[in-house]
Design a binder for this molecule. Structure first.
Ligand SMILES: Cc1cc2nc3c(=O)[nH]c(=O)nc-3n(C[C@H](O)[C@H](O)[C@H](O)COP(=O)(O)O)c2cc1C
Length: 328
């Protein structure tokens, strides 16, 4: 295997001692998940879920912005389309953040029906004004995350990345799908390689990186400076660490086995309960069971029982049953 030559990335004045970053996932990459990922990887770039600039300016002190010093380096992602509000919200977050990231890729209707998220790719002038306003307001690096374009026949990511760079962006992350694709089809890492040589700032490749080998493949194909890992981090707290080990030291740590996954679930669930309270924590955690528990005998039945259970002790008993049956 050819080991990745790069082990760090400079994003503006911030040096990240890793080329692996977490993707922002709304309702997923909260303080709890980030902290648990940080227990494994001391160096990866953590990223918050998107934070609405409008909501933040109205109510600056919310759970969604909670962090602590051990999380650094951490990027806070903001979402919106009004340069003034985006700048204000970046200012609110500046003390907590190592980097401010701007969401220009979210495809969901609720977001793009205004001018937010990926619809900014149809309005590069406005996207540019947002970056300029945020850069003028904060003293930390600013990055942008977007897609290949709005649709197959309007892939403008190269020109768009260059405009963001000119406006002052210190790095970009590109999800290798268009808005029209949503999450369908395969991420086109090859397409991302067209960015190589076109930018002076680093670019991160994103989409469908699910294990260490795919991380290396994506880096080789996309020629990116770094990679960003989203959904696959939901069922394995050690994934970013395992990817770093493989890229930096050629050490392939196997995927956690069932017993390790059950321990991860328990730790993750307990931490969500501590952070959110028992009932909210248990309900919040439901989305994670299918990610942790895949490909096991009777999986559908177990998942159904777990996502409908509200009693903590019963959940623990189901987890014990899964482990017991899985090890028979
Ligand atoms: C549940 C969910 C929530 C997401 N939330 C965000 C978000 O808040 N901000 C953002 O830029 N992208 C968001 N994304 C997109 C991811 O960051 C990422 O670009 C996409 O999932 C592709 O990467 P992956 O294949 O590694 O998951 C979200 C995706 C999912 C599935």
């Amino acid at each position: 295997m050819q080991i990745s030559a790069k082990k760090q990335i400079n994003i503006g004045k911030v040096q990240i001692d890793s080329i692996v970053s977490l993707s922002p996932l709304a309702g997923v990459t909260d303080y709890v998940l980030r902290k648990l990922i940080r227990e494994y990887s001391k160096t990866c770039l953590l990223v918050t879920e998107m934070i609405s600039s409008e909501a933040l300016v109205q109510k600056p002190d919310t759970n969604i912005t909670y962090t602590d010093k051990e999380e650094a380096p951490i990027s806070f992602q903001i979402e919106g389309h009004k340069p003034e509000l985006m700048a204000k919200s970046a200012k609110i977050l500046e003390k907590k953040a190592s980097i401010i990231d701007i969401n220009m890729g979210c495809p969901i209707n609720k977001i793009v029906k205004g001018q937010d998220g990926c619809s900014l790719m149809k309005n590069p002038q406005l996207a540019r004004d947002i970056v300029i306003a945020v850069k003028e307001t904060v003293n930390i690096p600013v990055t942008c995350k977007f897609r290949l374009g709005w649709s197959q026949d309007s892939k403008n990511f190269i020109e768009f990345a260059q405009i963001m760079q000119e406006a002052g962006a210190d790095a970009v992350t590109v999800h290798a799908r268009t808005r029209s694709q949503l999450y369908s089809g395969a991420a086109d890492w090859n397409e991302l390689s067209k960015l190589s040589g076109e930018l002076d700032i680093p670019y991160f490749a994103n989409g469908d990186i699910i294990n260490p080998q795919k991380a290396l493949e994506c880096l080789e194909i996309s020629k990116a400076d770094g990679i960003s890992i989203g959904r696959a981090s939901m069922g394995d707290l050690s994934l970013l660490y395992r990817i770093e080990k493989y890229l930096n030291e050629d050490i392939l740590i196997p995927e956690p086995d069932l017993s390790e996954k059950i321990s991860m679930i328990k730790k993750h669930l307990d931490a969500e309960i501590e952070f959110r309270g028992e009932e909210t924590g248990i309900k919040f955690f439901r989305k994670f069971y299918p990610c942790y528990i895949k490909n096991i005998r009777g999986g559908a039945d177990y998942r159904h029982r777990l996502v409908t259970e509200l009693n903590y002790n019963n959940i623990i008993n189901i987890l014990k049953e899964i482990l017991h049956n899985g090890q028979e």
